[in-house]
Design a protein. Structure first.
Length: 271
């Protein structure tokens, strides 16, 4: 039986993700421009990132004022309830800026430091993914009702379709490109979608065999990591470590360890 608190958190995360997704989809101005930059001149924030985070954090504050919040665009409150929300209001901002469809709203809820709820809404796909710890991973979309997600049966690594991402700092991106060049001959192919949250959900949905990336923040991966694990995927960082900025890996069992080992051998985590 689902914990009543977790059910409450899931319902709130789903409502917040739906409303933010509708705002981003329907409210995108034709002349959308860069509002600010973060790690580099090409790591951008738009006015819509800020508006979506304000909507999400405002709803959380209204419904659960004692909870903490960590948001990509600056929201940070400690809270006293033991629950913290980890929010990426627009994962894939550059895709969104250019009118590409691969962007998402990612909302996770932690209880006492462990992620217990994750929701990722991908409005341009018409899909929303969600998980509660111990309850499996699910999606709604073009099919009838909810669909339970399951990662793909593991192929040999040389037949695995792998996704990755690249940082916006030129020196880091150059190193990531070097690693990708070493990985490509050893797998079926590599994809680069531009949204970590969607990539993790695609592992959960069986659309990818694996995914890795260096440089992710908690809001990039919190919801998607839970969804992938609840769909049967394995996730981690470097061997025996959790996903982190250093390295995040998610893959079907049977692909995870060979991929993680390859990335360790290649030094994918190096500065």
């Amino acid at each position: 039986m689902t914990d009543p608190l977790h059910s409450e958190l899931l319902a709130l995360a789903q409502e917040a993700a739906r409303r933010a997704g509708e705002l981003l989809r329907d409210g995108r101005p034709a002349d959308l421009a860069v509002h600010a930059t973060k790690t580099s001149p090409v790591d951008v924030v738009t006015e819509m990132d800020l508006a979506a985070e304000k909507l999400i954090t405002g709803l959380i504050a209204e419904r659960r004022p004692d909870d903490g919040v960590l948001g990509e665009e600056g929201a940070a409150t400690e809270g006293t309830s033991g629950v913290r929300w980890v929010v990426d209001p627009l994962d894939g901002t550059v895709n969104y800026l250019y009118g590409l469809p691969s962007w998402a709203v990612s909302i996770a809820a932690e209880q006492d430091g462990e992620t217990v709820v994750g929701v990722v809404a991908a409005p341009m796909r018409g899909e929303t993914y969600h998980a509660v710890r111990g309850g499996g991973a699910w999606a709604t979309g073009a099919w009838d009702g909810e669909r339970r997600l399951a990662c793909r049966p593991a192929p040999p690594l040389d037949q695995a379709l792998i996704s990755t991402g690249f940082a916006y700092v030129a020196e880091v991106r150059a190193h990531q490109a070097e690693i990708a060049g070493k990985v490509i001959p050893r797998v079926r192919d590599i994809r680069r979608g531009g949204s970590a949250a969607i990539d993790l959900c695609d592992v959960a949905a069986g659309r990818l065999d694996g995914y890795y990336e260096r440089g992710l923040n908690p809001w990039d991966l919190a919801a998607g990591d839970l969804i992938a694990r609840e769909a049967g995927a394995l996730t981690g960082g470097r061997p025996s470590r959790r996903p982190s900025r250093e390295l995040t890996v998610a893959a079907s069992p049977g692909v995870f360890e060979p991929l993680q080992g390859l990335l360790e051998d290649f030094g994918a985590w190096h500065d």
